[in-house]
Design a protein around this ligand. Structure first.
Ligand code: NAD
Ligand code: TYD
Length: 341
């Protein structure tokens, strides 16, 4: 089978690529990525030269390009990771999120429909459900929780999800959607909470905690997210949504203090800063559907996952230092510049 994986140079996409390219040597995986600031081919060095892996640079919202690519490649399966993914950036530039996350999704689905793919999978987020109150720990997001978004990011992801369900009902496109909680692990861009705090703590820099730090996120190791997506794509029922999460709720302050303890750094590095506008209070996933239907069981809990992740950032300092310095953006030119000339 031939898979198109979009956004494969981003955090979760790169982890997914490592997982599937090695696990399924009989399948072909094409990584389509625009290489925005968040795309980093250095995360995929290990896969270069593998016979079942290739990279194409392009924009999922570029209609003529996408139509041509699908006509030429005749993909069997499309997995759409590509998106603008950072809430703080969406507050600054909502329009960019509409373009990549909504228009990009409908463009991909038009092409998927035209060539008759066997499956279109949309990688979505629990943020489409909005947030839960801190004083109701009994409440969790299920697949039937109404969409109720807070940020331009989550609104663009919810908009895309609604189009995915519409393409299923109206055009019969064989779709699935996954909605996962906050991910962490190797190759995460150091603008997101966990890698930002690790990299800044190692440099003895101030750690900016928004508001009071009481907001709760439900953390899942990226490996467990990748396994779940693979199960849904291969065994999930068409037209269904699957929530993914491992019951690992922590306040932001707990996360930051855990990192400081592991790195033997003082809590005096914590600096409370002005809160994010519209900041969601609590996310929490009920994963019963994917557990019972597809037998998904996470490998990591937060304690084992955060220890593995901190160790990865210690062992791979060069990877994130090249991001902090901006050097990683020259990699594409060095690797592909001559070949594309
Ligand atoms: P990321 O920002 O690290 O990576 C996104 C990738 O998409 C980058 O490589 C970027 O270059 C690419 N991209 C952006 N716009 C593009 C476009 N128009 N055309 C082609 N490529 C484009 O994001 P991530 O954290 O890896 O998230 C991947 C997906 O998972 C997103 O759809 C996100 O909404 C979803 N998700 C993320 C989390 C999380 O905690 N990070 C949780 C649940 C769901
Ligand atoms: P983030 O990693 O941006 O993910 P999301 O907003 O999609 O959940 O943020 C996780 C939590 O950490 C969120 O409650 C905002 C908070 N946060 C900080 O307190 N300081 C920071 O510098 C960042 C980036 C996030």
């Amino acid at each position: 089978m031939k898979f198109l994986v979009t956004g494969g140079a981003g955090f979760i996409g790169a982890n997914y690529m490592h997982y599937v390219v090695n696990k399924y040597p009989e399948d072909q995986f094409v990584n389509l990525d625009l290489l925005t600031y968040a795309g980093n081919l250095e995360s995929l060095k290990d896969l270069e030269g593998k016979p079942n892996y290739s990279f194409v640079r392009g924009d999922i919202a570029d209609r003529p390009f996408i139509m041509d690519l699908f006509e030429k490649e005749k993909f069997d399966v499309v997995i759409n990771f590509a998106a603008e993914s950072h809430v703080d950036r969406s507050v600054k530039d909502p329009g960019l999120f509409v373009r990549s996350n909504v228009l990009g999704t409908t463009t991909l689905m038009d092409a998927a429909k035209a060539v008759g793919v066997k499956r279109y999978h949309q990688v979505s987020t629990d943020e489409v459900y909005g947030d839960l109150p801190l004083d109701r720990p009994d409440l969790f997001f299920t697949e039937t929780t109404p969409l109720h978004t807070s940020s331009p990011y989550s609104s663009s992801k919810a908009g895309a999800d609604l189009f995915v369900m519409a393409y299923h009902r109206t055009f019969g496109l064989p779709v699935t959607i996954s909605r996962c909680s906050n991910n962490y692990g190797p190759y995460q861009f150091p603008e997101k909470l966990i890698p930002l705090m690790i990299s800044r703590a190692l440099a003895d820099e101030a750690l900016p905690v928004y508001g009071t730090g009481e907001n709760v996120r439900d953390w899942l190791h990226v490996h467990d997210h990748c396994v779940a997506i693979d199960l849904i794509v291969r065994n999930g029922r068409v037209g269904e949504v699957y929530n993914i999460g491992g019951h690992n709720e922590r306040t932001n302050l707990e996360v930051v203090k855990t990192i400081l303890r592991a790195l033997d750094k003082p809590e005096s590095l914590i600096h409370f800063v002005t809160d994010r506008p519209g900041h969601d209070m609590r996310y929490a996933i009920d994963p019963e559907k994917i557990e019972t239907e597809l037998g998904w069981v996470p490998e990591y809990n937060f304690d084992t996952g955060i220890a593995q992740t901190i160790q990865w950032y210690l062992d791979n300092r060069e990877w994130w230092e090249r991001i902090v310095s901006g050097e990683y953006q020259n990699y594409f030119e060095k690797m592909y510049g001559e070949r594309l000339a």
